[in-house]
Design a protein around this ligand. Structure first.
Ligand code: ATP
Length: 364
């Protein structure tokens, strides 16, 4: 361990993101807390609309117009939630890099890929065109673009989807960021390529000692890559902790539902051919209950769940006791531990990896 390994690179404390909506201000992210050190990998999982992307955009300082941030986002000690735009510009693409789901929306279709990867090096590192080009070719080679010197002159549309995602990774890593955010980085790719891209991200994180925030709706992807996981619903972290402890005993009713809805494992565990889905849908932001956001869909909800913010309950091996770092944010923990969606809340026991999960199918 190097000196400084123990200093958090990223500290998020009580982060709330309030968006402007046609029905007034509404919170898309509510009271999020997490810390990441060098080399640590956090997975954020949840279905569409649960606030994963808003969390990532808040970290990047790229929220929609009119959004308000409360709480603290400290990157290497600098509070990004309070930093002026000029400071955020220096940090974005430099100390914090981001990979998006669809590289075509982030890459400029009119510019050669070598030039695009070289751009942040010129902007943030002051490299001249030649040095930046040489470094861009090295990066393209490192992320697995064959014949990188020649391919650096290609346009994005001349590459396959997997290669474009590799270019995005080279671009995100050009300036050696401390933190890498990957928002559904493999969702648009076919299964074999998904595995290769995840392996590449894991290798680069280990090689460079970055911290990783991996966002996915796919529990299989999360289970394979990260050390810590946060399950989000309605903008809140409803369950979190070390990935093994959490997946071994998914406790929050929403987390159990997400697992039961996995295309293959859910069917196998339920002992039926039918995929169990969570009834109902995510409420609109303006309709979120003041208490637990999952209340309208939760089979074991009580009256207080809708109105009273749920407590953080420490868990260890399925018992309500501190120790493992596993926490569920729920009024109904003892009841939830008996199993919510028609079966005990047993976890994966190591089966929950991306090879076991049908790619591309969402959880609901
Ligand atoms: N510009 C916006 N203005 C108002 N509400 C928005 C805006 N963008 C997103 N939302 C709402 O914020 C909530 C959180 O959205 P977010 O994109 O973070 O979800 P997500 O979990 O990333 O979903 P997905 O996987 O579909 O990207 C949703 O209810 C969404 O409808």
């Amino acid at each position: 361990m190097n000196a400084g390994d123990d200093i958090p690179l990223l500290e998020v404390a009580d982060l709330t993101v309030t968006l402007r909506t046609p029905r007034g201000p509404a919170a898309a992210v509510r009271g999020l807390d997490f810390t990441l050190r060098r080399g640590e990998k956090l997975g954020i999982v949840g279905e569409s609309g649960c606030g994963k992307s808003m969390t990532a955009l808040a970290l990047m300082g790229l929220l929609p117009d009119g959004a308000r941030i409360d709480g603290r986002i400290a990157l290497e000690g600098l509070d990004l939630a309070r930093a002026p735009e000029a400071a955020l510009c220096r940090i974005r693409g430099n100390r914090i890099g981001m990979i998006f789901q669809e590289p075509m929306t982030s890459l400029n279709p009119l510019h050669r890929i070598g030039r695009q990867v070289a751009e942040p090096l010129r902007l943030h590192r002051g490299m001249d065109a030649r040095a930046a080009r040489a470094r861009a070719v090295e990066l393209l080679d490192r992320v697995g673009i064959p014949d990188a010197r020649r391919r650096a002159d290609a346009y994005p549309h001349e590459l396959s989807g997997g290669q474009r995602q590799r270019v995005m990774i080279a671009l995100a890593l050009a300036c050696d960021p401390a933190v890498l955010i990957a928002d559904e980085p493999t969702t648009a790719l076919d299964v074999t390529i998904q595995g290769q891209i995840l392996d590449l991200i894991e290798d680069l994180v280990a090689e460079r000692g970055m911290a990783l925030v991996l966002i996915s709706h796919d529990l299989g992807v999360i289970g394979e890559v990260v050390d810590k996981v946060m399950v989000m619903y309605g903008g809140m972290a409803v369950e979190r902790g070390p990935v093994d402890a959490v997946f071994d005993r998914l406790t929050h009713p929403y987390a159990q539902g997400l697992f039961a809805a996995l295309p293959q494992l859910g069917r196998a565990l339920a002992g039926t051919d039918r995929l169990q889905t969570i009834p109902g849908r995510v409420p609109e932001l303006a309709d979120m209950p003041a208490g637990c956001p999952f209340t309208p869909r939760c089979p074991i909800a009580e009256d207080r769940c809708a109105t009273v913010p749920p407590p953080v309950v420490a868990l260890d091996g399925g018992a309500v006791t501190a120790g493992s770092g596993h926490e569920a944010v729920c009024h109904r923990v003892p009841k939830a531990l008996e199993g919510v969606f028609g079966r005990p809340p047993v976890g994966s026991d190591g089966d929950l990896d991306r090879r076991a999960v049908t790619a591309g199918e969402g959880p609901t």
